[in-house]
Design a binder for this molecule. Structure first.
Ligand SMILES: CCCCCCCCCC/C=C/CC(=O)SCCNC(=O)CCNC(=O)[C@H](O)C(C)(C)COP(=O)(O)OP(=O)(O)OC[C@H]1O[C@@H](n2cnc3c(N)ncnc32)[C@H](O)[C@@H]1OP(=O)(O)O
Length: 276
């Protein structure tokens, strides 16, 4: 039933959806060629299996409407873009759930990173780890100037490491040395710092959303053929690398996460979060 509804209808009846099925995202259309996908999984938009699957399927629905050229990814929570992977998915999981979870993250990355749509990340709040992955997978990143916000890859702080494709994406975004420093220190960058190293493209004092819509409309005016060919050229290599190693990557992830030492680290990190 849900899959037969067009994306436009989805956006026009959010109440109907929330009463029948929890989609975890909201889709709206500020102009005929632009869609907005708002992450809506309180409290922190962490990426569970269901959340990752929902984002992926909504991107695919939006993509299937030829009129839509640009997609803005944002959050219903003004303080938090996304807290990254749902850490509870990695705490004492079954191997089956853990591998399905990781496949959903790989698939979300591949879908967002290689979509024909021009993608704008509208970052109004914190964006650590998987949140930073979502933003880096977009074509353009606009962030609120708030110096209290952080964006970056803090995996080492949890006693885990970013997978090779996330490390490669970071290297492609900020350059090798900065990526090595940022990854090993688990650094979360302030908006000013992120702008300096190219992790975000613009920081905004006022309404970040309005700037994101402006940028999305600018992208929508560029001929699609040129955009798609350019994205394929710039992003194809990383997409092919991961596509060729899906199973190997699932194996690495599940082995690493299921190790007792990793489990203890994750448990401790979860405790420290809930004690705050
Ligand atoms: C050869 C090697 C191969 C390696 C292969 C292995 C690859 C492993 C890769 C793994 C990749 C991981 C990427 C990730 O994304 S890991 C997740 C990292 N995320 C974080 O560290 C963020 C943690 N959260 C925060 O810092 C803060 O919550 C916040 C986002 C800054 C918000 O702060 P705020 O004060 O507003 O909110 P609270 O901290 O009080 O949080 C509210 C409740 O939400 C719970 N919470 C927070 N973050 C998460 C999360 N990511 N997952 C699940 N739950 C989360 C928090 O515990 C609070 O819960 P409570 O109300 O029940 O206490």
């Amino acid at each position: 039933m849900l899959s037969r509804l067009s994306p436009r209808l989805l956006s026009s009846s959010p109440r109907l959806l929330s009463s029948s099925i929890r989609t975890l995202v909201n889709v709206t259309y500020p102009s005929p060629s632009v869609a907005v996908l708002e992450l809506d999984r309180p409290p922190v938009n962490s990426l569970s299996l269901e959340m990752a699957t929902s984002i992926t399927s909504h991107i695919k629905q939006i993509e299937s409407d030829p009129q839509i050229r640009s997609l803005i990814l944002t959050s219903s929570n003004p303080k938090i873009f996304s807290a990254g992977l749902d850490i509870t998915e990695m705490s004492r999981p079954s191997k089956t759930r853990l591998s399905t979870f990781w496949r959903s993250i790989q698939s979300l990355f591949l879908t967002l990173y290689s979509t024909r749509l021009s993608t704008i990340s509208c970052i109004t709040g914190h964006s650590p780890a998987g949140g930073c992955l979502l933003s880096m997978s977009c074509d353009y990143r606009v962030m609120s100037r708030n110096p209290k916000l952080g964006i970056g890859l803090n995996e080492t702080r949890l006693g885990i490491a970013a997978p090779f494709w996330l490390k490669d994406l970071f290297v492609k975004t900020v350059g090798y040395r900065e990526a090595e420093l940022g990854l090993s220190r688990g650094k979360l960058y302030s908006p000013e710092e992120a702008l300096k190293i190219g992790l975000v493209d613009e920081i905004v004092d006022g309404e970040v959303y309005d700037v994101a819509v402006e940028r999305a409309e600018e992208y929508a005016e560029i001929p699609e053929k040129g955009i798609v060919a350019t994205k394929r050229m710039c992003r194809g290599e990383l997409v092919r690398d991961l596509e060729g190693k899906i199973e190997e990557d699932v194996g690495w992830f599940t082995d690493f996460i299921l190790e007792e030492g990793t489990q203890k680290g994750i448990e401790g990190y979860l405790k420290s979060l809930s004690k705050k």
